[in-house]
Design a protein around this ligand. Structure first.
Ligand SMILES: C[S@@+](CC[C@H](N)C(=O)[O-])C[C@H]1O[C@@H](n2cnc3c(N)ncnc32)[C@H](O)[C@@H]1O
Length: 209
């Protein structure tokens, strides 16, 4: 009986997810601020936590890093720690409320080497060749013109720098690996590393042109 209830709930969950996914295709929307609790749920913390994800992304000491679509800052604290005091993290999100939430985390952890910016991925307010690494976690699928955003990322990443894209199956905007690879290739990136499985993965690319 219990097994049937669990299976039923799982099926319901996936039907809802599918429904939101179709809706998101028809009427693209960014993860609503009111739903921000989902971004920090227990399941994610356990299986797809910040330390593991940032490890996949490859954030390292002294790097100048761009976190695009930083949301509530779930990954920000870990990323800032990894770049160290000589590195710097720039967090960008299109929703001011999300940036405010991240700012609170940054202040609570007394972190200095981070800049928080409200901006659209399609027109990033940075000079050419500014970042050693740029990463997007559950963001690419939310951007209606993701090809334009990838070109923009190519512009702000240094030659030979890294672009990292991660996706999580429970996100209604989840993109398949093959889709991300094709889009990144068109934007001038070559794949260098793959981490994770179907449910949660990270693809790291190098800027080649
Ligand atoms: C699903 S949330 C993921 C947040 C965070 N990366 C995480 O993993 O917890 C996606 C975030 O991308 C942001 N976003 C969506 N479209 C964007 C755009 N065009 N430019 C900048 N940020 C965008 C949303 O506002 C939202 O905060």
């Amino acid at each position: 009986m219990l097994v049937k209830i669990i299976l039923g709930l799982l099926a319901l969950f996936f039907v809802c997810l599918l429904f939101i996914r179709v809706l998101a295709k028809l009427y693209p929307f960014a993860c609503p601020f009111k739903a921000r609790g989902i971004l920090e749920n227990r399941f994610r913390r356990h299986f797809f936590g910040a330390a593991k994800t940032i490890e996949w992304v490859g954030v390292g000491k002294n790097m100048k890093v761009l976190e695009l679509g930083s949301g509530t800052g779930f990954l920000t604290v870990e990323a800032v720690r990894r770049v160290g005091s000589s590195g710097r993290l720039y967090c960008v999100d299109i929703q001011p409320d999300m940036v405010v939430e991240t700012r609170e985390k940054v202040l609570n952890h007394n972190l200095g080497n981070v800049d928080l910016v409200v901006a659209n991925a399609l027109t990033l307010p940075f000079k050419d060749n500014s970042f050693d690494l740029a990463f997007l976690i559950m963001v690419l699928g939310e951007i209606p013109k993701s090809d334009v955003a990838l070109k923009e990322l190519n512009r702000v990443i240094v030659p030979g720098g890294v672009l990292s894209v991660s996706e999580f199956i429970f996100d209604p905007h989840y993109s398949l690996r093959s889709t991300v690879k094709t889009k990144a290739k068109h934007a001038g990136f070559a794949i260098v590393k793959e981490s994770g499985k179907f449910f949660a993965y990270a693809l790291n690319f190098r800027k080649i042109k």
